[in-house]
Design a binder for this molecule. Structure first.
Ligand code: TPP
Ligand code: MG
Length: 368
């Protein structure tokens, strides 16, 4: 298979596709579809961004009030990319979110109630109040529980896809995300290489938010652009402006479709800035203030608002109403989750959730 590296630059509603013949020859530019994502999709994605933002603002407030145990890692500024990562997925697909993927979780079907239940330790939550915050998931539904060890989700999602292939399933896609810092782990290399060799339908979304905790890009890797890694593995690569909701949707739509239709693994590199600290305990004072003033420091919510208004897809009143609805949904979920009990250590079945079915070697037909 010939290495091919497609550098997809997205500006506003338009897209330019640059085919890089090699890393040393001059890039040849080719125009591709100028059409923007459809209005319904844009509105759906925007409302998902709003809901993720409202949820995370509430989580930050709860954390400051001392009501959440453990760290609170937020994705402010990364919601458009995260939404686009999972919005094109269907039943049978796999989504492996990371710490800044609250928006992607919601777009994949996670509920705000289950989110708050997990953060508040409710026994009614998907982790039965026993596992912290970002590590929730429903593996049977293709919604993998996050692994903290950076890079590790890539071989796990690749393995899930491989297992599906061995069972004869077709047409599925797996999407997982990683930060710029996480691309330097051994697990990233092993996972992407495995997916490339096996031509698995895997989309790896790199959210290059310029820092790995306080370490800036130039201290993380020496390649000119993280997109160069795609050529190194012999897989397709896309680049997009992660602050631009329309560009994120267009890029992820292409990448997911390419993976779904036999194109093998796809690497998406999105450029943005996290607009909060690494977690809520961090003030991000190390972030270069000049970066915040550049395009990379834009808030995707503001960019999305402008896009909707300028394209006539929503009015300011619509957006104000959606914002209120999102906040009300979060309040409702909070009221419910706060009334629920935590796990009772005397009655709790301490079997690990993922292996409950293995207890006493008891398999059901569903496990086959
Ligand atoms: C293998 C591994 N090494 C170190 C850590 C500790 N750690 C957690 S988040 C983080 C920074 C990650 O930066 P990046 O991948 O750029 O993602 P971002 O936080 O910027 O979204 C580090 C070093 C970890 N979780 N896993
Ligand atoms: Mg980072």
């Amino acid at each position: 298979m010939q290495p091919r590296c497609r550098d997809l630059l997205c500006s506003g509603w338009g897209l330019r596709l640059i085919l890089k013949a090699s890393m040393v020859t001059a890039a040849k530019e080719t125009k591709v579809a100028q059409k923007s994502p459809d209005g319904d999709l844009m509105r759906r994605a925007f409302r998902n961004i709003l809901l993720a933002r409202a949820t995370e603002e509430k989580l930050a407030a709860l954390y400051r009030a001392g009501m959440i145990k453990g760290g609170v890692f937020l994705g402010k500024g990364q919601e458009a990319l995260s939404t686009a990562s999972s919005i094109f997925l269907k039943k049978g697909d796999i989504f492996g979110p990371l710490i800044r993927d609250q928006a992607g979780r919601i777009a994949f079907g996670d509920t705000i109630l289950d989110t708050l239940r997990t953060y508040l330790g409710s026994a009614s939550g998907p982790m039965r109040g026993r596992d912290g915050n970002v590590h929730r998931g429903r593996p049977r539904d293709g919604y993998y529980a996050m692994i903290s060890h950076l890079g590790s989700l890539i071989p796990v999602v690749a393995g899930g896809l491989y297992a599906k292939r061995m069972r004869g399933e077709t047409g599925m896609v797996g999407v997982t995300s990683i930060g710029d810092g996480g691309t330097s782990t051994g697990a990233f290399h092993e996972g992407v290489n495995l997916a490339a060799v096996e031509r698995l339908p895997l989309v790896v979304v790199i959210a290059n938010n310029q820092y790995a905790y306080s370490t800036p890009n130039h201290r993380e890797f020496a390649c000119a652009d993280l997109l160069d890694k795609a050529a190194g593995y012999g897989i397709a690569g896309f680049k997009c402006d992660g602050t631009d909701p329309a560009a994120c949707l267009e890029t992820l739509n292409m990448a997911v479709q390419a993976a779904r239709t036999g194109g093998g693994p796809q690497l998406v590199v999105a450029t943005l800035l996290r607009l909060v600290g690494h977690a809520e305990h961090d003030d991000a004072s190390y972030v270069d203030p000049n970066l915040r003033k550049t395009k990379v420091g834009r808030d995707c919510l503001d960019v999305g608002t402008t896009q909707l208004l300028e394209a006539g897809l929503a009015t300011a009143e619509d957006i104000a109403g959606w914002t209120k609805q999102a906040q009300a949904e979060v309040e409702d979920a909070l009221n419910t989750a706060q009334r629920e009990r935590g796990p009772d250590p005397n009655s709790e079945d301490w079997t690990a959730i993922s292996t409950t079915r293995l207890v006493d070697g008891h398999y059901t037909a569903e496990d086959e």
